[in-house]
Design a protein around this ligand. Structure first.
Ligand code: AMP
Ligand code: ZN
Ligand code: FE
Ligand code: FE
Length: 271
């Protein structure tokens, strides 16, 4: 039996590991199939696909897309598309550019609200990757304006805070057609993390999403069986992964979730 983790992050988004470290840790944990699903960024795939092959890991092209549905931030995992697809690359590049402008705007607002952080530091934390609120959160903690990352979100970065700035997001139909157009499939990430999710997720499926991520640290046994039944009744696939971010989210760790390859035939059949 081969095992997969289809949800991991690197420093090309808000994870702390390098792509090479993700491959090394995954191989040591006994994983055979891996997807690096950075937010709005494919850089890790190009950087590390040759190395993954030499380490005996099947690396699947992937990304975690930021989408909006009924005003809710929904994450759509995209898999097994042509990574060289021009439409995907240009759309993700424009998302990253607006993320960088939004980071500047958040820093300006923080300065106006008595919690100045250095934009240079936020840029450094984001590196060459997709800039996000988690990078600003780390800078807020370092500057002493918050005790930890959660506190930084609660005080400054959540919707409703005067220093909150929204970002550009896909509509679900756009995400689905962009990924389908390049031969890939989509999956609703961590279904339990959305408000009123047991009515929201079935509606998301109405727009053509191909699978549900039922195996994830934030999906408990009860929800896993509920969403498993939903997937069967709607004839969509299932996916799973650890959502590893390295040190940025210690409770979600590469190697803690090993999905048997037989469970994720829908994704693997696209390879
Ligand atoms: P962004 O893509 O920049 O809007 O940041 C979204 C990321 O921030 C998510 O993937 C989470 O990792 C993190 N995040 C969002 N909301 C919260 C929250 N309330 N508390 C802690 N982390 C959060
Ligand atoms: Zn993340
Ligand atoms: Fe997510
Ligand atoms: Fe994620």
């Amino acid at each position: 039996m081969r095992y997969a983790d289809l949800h991991t992050h690197t420093f090309h988004s808000d994870g702390t590991r390098s792509p090479k470290e993700v491959i090394d840790v995954a191989a040591a944990a006994g994983l055979d199939i891996l997807a690096i699903s950075d937010h709005d960024n494919l850089a890790a795939y190009f950087e590390i696909s040759d190395y993954a092959a030499t380490a005996g890991i099947t690396l699947i092209p992937a990304a975690e897309l930021s989408a909006e549905f009924h005003g809710v931030d929904v994450h759509i995992l995209a898999y097994a598309f042509d990574p060289a697809d021009r439409a995907i690359q240009s759309r993700l590049a424009s998302f990253r550019a607006t993320r960088a402008r939004r980071g500047e705007l958040i820093c300006e607002r923080l300065g106006e609200h008595g919690a100045p952080v250095s934009l240079e530091r936020v840029r450094e934390l984001a590196g060459q990757g997709s800039m996000g609120r988690p990078h600003v959160a780390r800078a807020l903690v370092e500057a002493g304006h918050a005790v930890d990352l959660q506190d930084a979100f609660d005080r400054y970065l959540k919707p409703g805070c005067p220093t909150y700035v929204s970002k550009e997001r896909f509509s679900i139909p756009e995400a689905v057609s962009l990924i389908r157009g390049a031969g890939g499939i989509t999956s609703v990430a961590h279904p339990t993390l959305y408000p009123d999710h047991r009515s929201l997720v079935p509606e998301i499926l109405d727009h053509g999403v191909d699978a549900i991520e039922i195996i994830h640290p934030d999906v408990d046994e009860d929800s896993r069986s509920w969403y498993g039944a939903l997937a069967r009744s709607r004839k969509v696939g299932i996916t799973g992964g650890s959502d590893d971010h390295g040190d940025a989210k210690m409770l979600k760790t590469l190697g803690t979730i090993l999905v048997p390859e037989t469970e994720i035939g829908a994704v693997l059949s696209r390879l």
